[in-house]
Write a protein that binds this ligand. Structure first.
Ligand code: RP5
Length: 170
């Protein structure tokens, strides 16, 4: 078992990078090692296969793959590895990302890809954290804390809203 959690992030094009860029901060927040690379299932198919075949040996626990249009990248990577693959459908064409979503989510039985929402890169990282929580107990603890803070922030927003409404009623 690797000593530290490590995630491989593969994007189908450099044009996908702005969608995932901010979510990479979550890796730092959870103290997870990661690497990001551009690789296309269609334009560089051999490299895609090699990346996926070597990912386990290279110490990665999870693969996140983002792609748009006919988004075959997550499925192709999943075909070559037993690591969990999380797919991010990118909103990149005239079909508002529905093309990417269906290309990623409709995997045949036997080769799963866990698909998040269109452009749902935060949830891709959080799902990776939750998957790795089964291997690294500290990640499970950090996820409890993350959820606690999230709930606290919603409660604070509700308090502010109630104050605002009180002002309107009086
Ligand atoms: C997909 O095609 C990529 O993932 C990207 O979302 C889309 C467009 O790629 P570029 O033409 O911008 O390189 O393979």
């Amino acid at each position: 078992m690797p000593e530290r959690p490590k995630v491989l992030v593969v994007i189908g094009s450099d044009s996908d990078f702005p969608v995932i860029e901010n979510s990479l901060n979550l890796f730092t927040e959870f103290d997870i090692d990661y690497s990001v690379t551009v690789c296309s299932a269609h334009r560089t198919p051999e490299r895609a296969a090699e990346l996926a075949k070597n990912a386990e040996r290279n110490g990665f626990d999870v693969i996140i793959a983002a792609a748009g249009k006919a988004a075959h990248l997550p499925g192709v990577l999943a075909a070559y590895t037993v690591l969990p693959v999380i797919g991010i459908p990118i909103k990149s064409s005239t079909m508002d990302g529905l093309d990417s979503l269906l290309s990623i989510v409709q995997m045949p039985s036997g080769v799963p890809v866990a698909t998040v929402a269109i452009n749902g890169s935060d949830n891709a990282v959080l799902l990776a954290v939750q998957i790795m929580g089964g291997i690294y107990p500290e990640l499970r603890n950090k996820m409890h804390e993350y959820k606690r803070k999230m709930a606290e922030s919603v409660d604070n927003k509700d308090k502010l809203l109630q104050e605002k409404l009180k002002g309107k009623q009086s």
